[in-house]
Design a protein around this ligand. Sequence first.
Ligand code: MCN
Length: 820
Amino acid sequence: MSVAEEARTPGNGHVGRAMRRKEDPRLITGRASYVDDITLTNQLWAAWVRSPEAHAKIVSIDTSAAKALDGVVAVYTHEDLDMEAGLPMAWVPPGVEVNTPDHWVLAKGEVKHVGDPVALVVGKDRYGVVDAAEQVFVEYEPLPVVTDPEAALEDGSALVHGQFGTNKVCEWSLGGGDLEAGFAEADVIVERRIVNHRIAGAAIEPRAVLAEYRGDRLTVWSSTQVPHFLRLFLSILLGISEDRVRVIAPEVGGGFGSKLQIYAEEVGCAWASRKLGRPVKWVETRTEGMMVTHHGRDQIDKVRVGAKRDGTITAFHTTIIADIGAYQMLLTPMIPPLSAFVMCGVYKTPAVKTDVIDVMTNKFPTDAIRGAGRPEATHLIEVTMDQLAAELGMDPLELRRKNFIPPFTEAHETPIGVAYDSGNYEAALDRLLEHIDVAEVRRQAEELRPTGIYRGIGFCTYTEICGNAPSRIVGPSGFGLQGGGWESATVRVHASGSATLYTGTSPHGQGHETGFAQIVADRLGIDPSQIEVIHGDTQTGPFGLDTYGSRSLAVGGEAAARAAIKVADKAKAIVAHQLEADPDDIELRDGKFIVRGSPEKGMALAEVAGAAYVPENLPEGMEPGLDEQSFYDPENFVFPFGAHACVVDVDAETGKVEIVRYVAVDDCGPAINPMLIDGQVHGGITHGLGQALYEQVVYDADGQLVTGTFVDYALATAAEMPSFETDRTVTPSPVNSLGVKGVGEAGTIAGSATVTNAVIDALRPLGVDYMNMPLTPMRIWQAIHTASGPAATEQGKDLGEHGQGSSGSGPAGPTEGGAQ
Ligand code: MCN
């Protein structure tokens, strides 16, 4: 039996069960341990002096008053740092010239964004260091600021980093097919400027780090998604051999991409701990979280689509202007290009091209936030599909169906050279429509309209790329994180028959302890409760490449399955030896390794394990133990897909949007645990709807962060969300033996386009045919009042009579800098 066949054979039937999360009891009873719960003897605290200016020369720094304060142990500025390199940027597209400025742990000479760290204060008291930081006096000479990425590209713009003579970081293109011919044969061309504004990760647990340098060893506890990467870069930046660096990600309260980073605070605390010979701890405040934890999105997407009168799309061209902020962090310049990889969407468009221009501004850098490039691509494709449908006078679903790539079970090569693994987009849409009666929604909309409530329905059919990654593709793409995308797992069966799975993934809310235990349980014939899943500690776990890009199950879960199969194979050999049977005749059934055809002759794993550690029980030449490792490097990415629908009610008087229904059909291959999938989809959609309706990181024209707290940054909560209706189709991936695809980002990827299309659909009778996110009441109200449709005029008159006036100043409010 091949590995693939064997892995799909159900063992104890745990895979596919909606098992409750093993990790939840400790999380919901407050027994989990986060970085801030850890205190070491002799521990010091760190606080950072941060720039209040978005761009300025540092004229002088006076640390004397701070140093004189009781309890202050040290105050450091850039000159004290004996580090030869700054923070890492690890993904450079090959053959592309990238203007990469130094990014020091403490600013050197100039500050480039509000919050840029200028000094590090270390002292005995958590609050004392914050007071001391206020006693560090920095004289700044303000320099010209640029916050608008399009203005930043203009000649004569203020320069973020003068040495480059431009704010452009790089230009990069990906395309295929004959674009010119495609547009030439089009009957209709639609162009839109689609803004995908800046958002924050906003994890509930702020970032936190505790570093202890003792002897010649560094141990760092960090609220990170990437302990293995952090170990590597701490080793490089601090010049400590990698084997002497241990990184532990204890419980991590969410990351959403924002903890896929190597931060100044992590490196700075580790450096200070070595310097002072004492542990140093720092816990982010919420305002620091909004200010200096990386942001995401911030693209202006200029889209041009050509189609024939019957709806056949002939060409699709996008220019992305990506505002990447003041520096480039771990993956910054490559996040906008990631959009390009899925720019064909689920459609057979013959010619597709994406041009990316990365631009620097005086803002904090962007990097991966849930979806990282794919929500942006899906948003622009799917919003454009509705715009095109309106232009053609076609039903948006009919337009989608007309252009769907037909079902495929083996690789489908898109014109841009990306090979999708498997897909059945028709089936996902059909399943969606089993849940939602579009004609009935339209009837309800008619009925509601006289009350001033405008009901709309929006759709999104998407695919995305995840499961990072095949090293053969990722390595040559310039991805510099240990050169590839494999994952490793070790399954250790203890002599008494319980097991430990060590995974190189680093979950921070996704539920790997449950799903991965289910996978291993089925392959060993034990209960998932008998399997402990260990992760997030570079010393106890195997090598790993951590958790991001919805890679963990498709790569790390597969590695776990393979390690478990190796253990099962050895178990079979031991059983065969013990029962004097042929190893090929041993099979796992109902929790026992039995001789095929003789169910009474068999051994449970506990018996096998007992024998495995007593060499005299083993076949000649077999090593004792029941402990196996697997390194798995996939052949391709995986491409989940789905179809989402949203029904909204817009109150034309207030501009408020109410989400009436949200139905999601996602296909991530066979479910390991449907409850985990539902949880991921719910959270993902909330993220997408949050961006579309409420959330925005806003800087003013001087580069001041306006949204520094949750009062200003309107994070979506359960209260705003509807009760999600979810369903699935199952199209196995041929890439891995589990047949699985990722799902951690799917909801986010589809969410913003689905609700945006619904709101625009609702507003069409009011003459509003296009709007950019965030679809806040104010912007919707303004859009209604600047629209020209007959209903809008009526509505405007009514509102005018209520004394609110009817002239909006356009969708962008006065405080909204950057990509609008
Ligand atoms: N799963 C499953 N069956 C499938 C597919 C997935 O049971 N066919 C389960 C997996 O076992 C896993 C979960 O779904 O428990 C998500 O798996 P996967 O799609 O592989 O994603 P990752 O585990 O790699 O998680 C990363 C992804 C990303 S990139 C972000 S951002 C994100 C997310 O997951 N951030 C999160 N989900 C989050 N959830 C929480 N609670 N907190 C975050 O910060």
